[in-house]
Ligand binder design. Sequence first.
Ligand code: SF4
Ligand code: SF4
Ligand code: SF4
Length: 254
Amino acid sequence: MRHQGFTFKKLKFASFEFTCCEGCQLQLANRESTLINFLELLDIRNFRELSSEQHNNFDIVFIEGCISRHDEVDRLIKIRRQATTLIAFGTCACFGGVNSMKNKFSIEEVVAEVYPDMVVETLPVKKISDVVTVDISIPGCPVSKEEVERIVVSLVTGSQVTLPKYPVCVECKAQLNTCLFELGEICLGPITRGGCNAVCTTGKTPCLGCRGPSEEINMPAFLELVNERKLNLEDLREKITFYNAFEGFINYEA
Ligand code: SF4
Ligand code: SF4
Ligand code: SF4
């Protein structure tokens, strides 16, 4: 097939959802202005928001959501066997996401509170890489449509897949925003991977770190910034644990 002047083979593509809101898949399906071009790159084998096709061997699989039930573990392992490249798609898949709040309580407490009159099988939340090997991670709650399309083009053309290494602050400063630290807020922009175009901070909402740690995260310097300004450490703890994206970086004395 030819597309914009070059020849390529369509990749057999599937997207599957696990525990999540399906907002990341919706981001792709909703982008009507580029959807047709995007679909021309792919042989859609399974993607329930776009197609009724159902097959079981794939070049690329997007896994959206985290794992929170035994049957999801089995299903994910089966999909991994059927896929050449498995991509953790969105913050829930990459880190556990908002669902990870459940892990702050015992499973018994959670079930009693949320489903008091039902028998519910549920597990502590796991990210996808806790269960199977992940080849590529695309963070974001939701993902950036532009970034996903760019990555798919890289895969189709056999180019290197990259994510921005710089933190959100770089994009925030480029938009000439007043820093929210100057307004007395804690913002995770200095420690979070860029690529969202600082969408939250441009809207005057602090970054909660949905894209996870930036490549050269400097947690001590960030904590010094928070401490120097005598900002609320409970607020920091809530923000930094919100998406479970800083696991391994939060062994600090708050
Ligand atoms: S990462 Fe956010 S938008 Fe995507 S599925 Fe999870 S909760 Fe929904
Ligand atoms: S508001 Fe947040 S993202 Fe923007 S410059 Fe300040 S710390 Fe960085
Ligand atoms: S500003 Fe932070 S929380 Fe908002 S989309 Fe970007 S990385 Fe996610």
